[in-house]
Design a protein around this ligand. Structure first.
Ligand code: CMC
Length: 448
């Protein structure tokens, strides 16, 4: 079924030079700004639009997540993220994102069973891990292993079949936690730990990550709850860089495992999912509350590349609601672990306080984002910083796969193919090498 397109009075674009005018349909979403429908613009005018970074472009029609960045609102399928973080659990949110509604008690149980029964990975996948250097970044391992899943699970790559499509979704949600835990175990030289089906999703993840065969591992329910909340807060965030990457890769018909691997690669960058790792590095570098003003000045200095990591967001021009929950959770976790005097937390709180009063941050509407406090929680739980983005990827996998599924099921789905404003050389004649200038134009290439 075609997604409903509610239209308003069209918008008229007038070209002063040619006197030509064109009417652009205006589409209304259920919430958020209306959008100009420019699908026929090139056909009607011969013009493209130019929007690097897609700051004003809606690339798809989606019913999964709604963000009002000015008000600091985030809803999944109409539910407020704070309600979901405080009252729901991660697997229920996974069901909600995938299927559009909260599950009935019976469906909740069934969904949990299905995910639990997909947590093991093919035993031969272990050989793939062994091919990586021990000091490989776990995100590098994640990109490789998740991409390789399509070589192991052929029976769920024909996504034109709804059953195979759903199996691929379930496998990815279930196995991503196992794959992430294995990446950690491999990096520290400990044996892989198999999942246990009597544990909840987060308990299982903690068990696979922190237990060793020689000792009993007791799961602290408060820590498991914090982990669950972390995954909920990262579950989806509409058309961010990694999700758009997943959609773009999927639009060509690539299989879902390959698409999620592409999403993981995109997430890795410090401007996106890598920011949680960068926040801890920054707080450690600041080292003491007395040095905060120095770093605030660096962040404001146009000639310095330094930015306050965990601050600012393309969409939120207000406090990121996820950061709010994360801050409260950081306090809860540190209290539970008797780490309330944590030095990094103190620096973070003071840094936030100073930045929020500073005219530069006020004027540019830069507030803490989800990554600002998340690293403090993860560090307290015992994860090395290199694992932080892996944890983000585990939580976000359900969002990626739900967006991928929505795209595949959308009849308007077309291969993603942006256009460009060409600024290169105009057509010119080819010269044979003997007749070209003698001097190398790439001297820097040959320096070494
Ligand atoms: N510290 C200092 N100045 C900043 C910061 C910051 N963290 N963020 C933005 N600015 C300034 C920037 O220099 C620019 O100033 P001017 O207008 O004078 O050139 C202005 O604010 C707008 O910045 P922008 O880079 O054009 O904004 P953007 O929407 O393209 O970038 C962002 C958004 C998140 C990449 C950016 O705020 C940033 O680099 N933040 C730090 C990294 C970070 O925390 N990333 C996690 C994002 S949330 C999790 C996720 O979605 O993955």
């Amino acid at each position: 079924m075609t997604k409903k397109e509610n239209k308003k009075k069209p918008f008229t674009l007038f070209n002063n030079e040619t006197g030509q005018s064109v009417e652009l349909p205006v589409l209304m979403g259920t919430e958020g700004p209306d959008v100009l429908d420019i699908r026929n613009l090139y056909k009607d005018t011969g013009l493209f639009t130019y929007d690097p970074g897609y700051t004003s472009t809606a690339s798809c029609n989606s019913a999964i997540t709604f963000i009002d960045g000015n008000k600091g609102i985030l809803h999944h399928r109409g539910y407020n993220i704070k309600d979901l973080a405080n009252k729901s659990d991660f697997l229920e949110v996974c069901y909600l994102l995938l299927h559009g509604d909260l599950p009935s008690p019976e469906d909740k149980q069934k969904f949990e069973n299905v995910i639990q029964r997909h947590t093991m990975v093919h035993e031969q996948l272990v050989n793939l891990y062994r091919g990586f250097r021990r000091d490989a970044h776990p995100m590098a391992i994640m990109v490789g292993v998740v991409g390789a899943l399509s070589a192991f699970y052929h029976d769920s790559t024909d996504f034109s079949d709804i059953n195979q499509r759903m199996i691929a979704c379930h496998r990815l949600i279930a196995k991503i936690a196992t794959i992430g835990a294995m990446a950690y175990k491999y990096s520290i030289g400990q044996p892989f730990v198999y999942p246990k089906n009597n544990l909840s999703y987060c308990e299982n993840f903690l068990h696979m990550t922190f237990s060793v065969p020689t000792e009993d591992y007791i799961i602290n329910p408060k820590i498991s709850k914090a982990m669950d909340r972390f995954f909920i807060l990262h579950a989806d965030h509409e058309q961010n860089a990694s999700t758009s990457t997943v959609r773009l890769a999927g639009s060509s018909g690539a299989n879902p495992f390959a698409c999620i691997a592409a999403g993981i690669a995109s997430l890795w960058g410090p401007a996106h999912g890598g920011a949680n790792e960068a926040v801890i590095k920054m707080l450690e570098e600041i080292g003491d509350i007395s040095r905060i003003p120095e770093y605030i000045n660096k962040a404001k200095d146009k000639n310095d590349d330094f930015r306050l990591m965990g601050f600012g967001h393309r969409v939120y021009k207000n406090y990121d609601p996820r950061a709010d929950v994360m801050k409260i959770t950081a306090h809860e976790v540190l209290k539970e672990l008797n780490m309330e005097d944590d030095k990094l937390l103190k620096i973070a709180i003071e840094l936030e306080k100073i930045a929020l009063k500073d005219p530069y941050f006020i004027e540019k509407q830069l507030y803490p984002n989800v990554d600002f406090y998340s690293g403090i929680i993860l560090k307290a739980l015992g994860f090395p910083t290199s694992m932080f983005t892996v944890l983000f990827a585990i939580g976000r996998t359900v969002g990626w796969i739900s967006q991928w599924k929505e795209m595949i099921e959308d009849p308007i789905n077309k291969i993603g193919r942006p256009r460009q404003l060409y600024s290169g050389k105009k057509a010119r004649q080819y010269e044979i090498v003997e007749s070209r200038e003698k001097k190398s134009i790439f001297q820097w290439l040959w320096k070494n």
